[in-house]
Design a protein around this ligand. Structure first.
Ligand code: PA5
Length: 347
């Protein structure tokens, strides 16, 4: 597949994912403008974001943005029920784009049973119905997207909900910067931008048939995990994600053997990373380059944490889109994931 052949891409991209991705900055603007519920009560001592897959990803990114400044812990809970620490002085944000994810519904049930304040962020489904029936505070999201492609609707309303309960993660200036950075990236990464000037196409081509291993630092490791899941859901390609420095204590060991030739490293860097982390990235490159199938590097954009993390997530959406195109795969449907949900529901 020639990634510059836009009509050929459109033939594989049967659900017009390229348009959804091109409109992503606008989606973020709309997500930022959505009305957030006003929460009464005291400032929470713990925030639990309950979500799975693409819907949990928004929680990861907000938690990473707040990690250095917010004095309230944000715990992203992926699974049934709720952790024991979620009690009445906490806030639970049940986040499910479809509103029908059973793990999130189970978390919401436990929150209600324990009388933990509960907010729903959803486009509808059973979670929307529960919020309506119980009069719960809710952010009503526009429907019609795949959850992982609705990241703007999952991040910005969550930021607004947290700001509304006294746990502000980002300033207005950081939000504006993130929106500007994403708008600039939309042009640079879209299918009409030729390979030589399109970093997302180049990374996808560099990966080719190899297994991608994505490594990030203290902030960007959250985006690395998002790259892994985008490769898996959009391109249907197994990927691994790791964090620096932790991977220097285990995973680094796999990069000198012959099998490394079938894998490709992607390093997620940021200008603000510390000298210690920068040194480790250089070491990974040095040690892995001789045996690895290749090493790519991409840098976060902007100065604020929100711009940095979202710019890497946006890059991930595009790289996984182009990798799907190279494999002749429509990035939109996830039939196996849906079959799991169907089979669980029928028991
Ligand atoms: O992106 C996807 O399609 C999945 O990872 C879903 O997000 C995941 O299955 C959970 O569904 P939902 O986001 O609707 O709660």
């Amino acid at each position: 597949m020639n990634l510059d052949d836009v009509p050929a891409l459109a033939r594989v991209d049967q659900h017009d994912t390229a348009r959804i991705l091109t409109e992503f900055p606008e989606q973020c603007r709309r997500g930022h403008a959505l009305p957030a519920p006003v929460l009464g009560g005291a400032r929470p001592r713990l925030i639990v974001v309950a979500g799975m897959g693409g819907s949990a990803s928004g929680g990861d990114m907000v938690a990473a943005c707040g990690a250095e400044t917010l004095d309230v812990p944000i715990l992203v809970h992926r699974g049934y029920g709720l952790p024991a620490a979620a009690v009445r002085d906490a806030l639970v944000v049940a986040t499910s784009y479809s509103g029908d994810t059973v793990e999130v519904l189970s978390a919401a049930d436990v929150a209600l049973a324990r009388r933990v304040p509960l907010v729903a962020i959803t486009a509808g489904g059973a979670l929307g119905a529960l919020a309506d029936a119980r009069g719960l505070p809710r952010v009503a999201l526009p429907s019609g997207l795949m959850p992982r492609m609705a990241l703007g609707y999952l991040v910005f309303p969550l930021l607004a909900v947290l700001a509304g309960c006294g746990a502000r993660v980002t300033s207005a200036g950081e939000v504006d910067e993130a929106l500007e950075v994403l708008a600039a990236q939309a042009d640079e990464l879209a299918p009409a931008r030729a390979l030589e000037k399109n970093a997302a196409k180049r990374i996808a081509l560099n990966i080719g048939d190899r297994l991608p291993a994505v490594y990030g630092g203290p902030l960007t490791a959250t985006a690395a995990y998002r790259w892994k899941t985008d490769f898996e859901e959009n391109a249907k390609v197994l990927a691994v994600a790791g964090a620096v420095p932790e991977m220097n204590h285990n995973e680094i060991e796999v990069w000198r053997g012959p099998a490394a030739a079938n894998r490709h490293i992607v390093l997620l860097r940021e200008e603000g990373e510390s000298a210690q982390i920068a040194r480790r990235f250089e070491l990974i490159r040095d040690l892995a380059t001789p045996a690895a199938g290749g090493v790519s590097e991409t840098w976060a954009r902007g100065t604020g944490r929100l711009a940095r993390i979202l710019s890497l997530a946006y890059m991930s959406l595009w790289v996984s889109f182009y990798l799907a195109m190279l494999h002749g795969i429509d990035p939109w449907p996830v039939p196996t994931l849906e079959e799991v949900k169907r089979r669980l529901a029928s028991r």
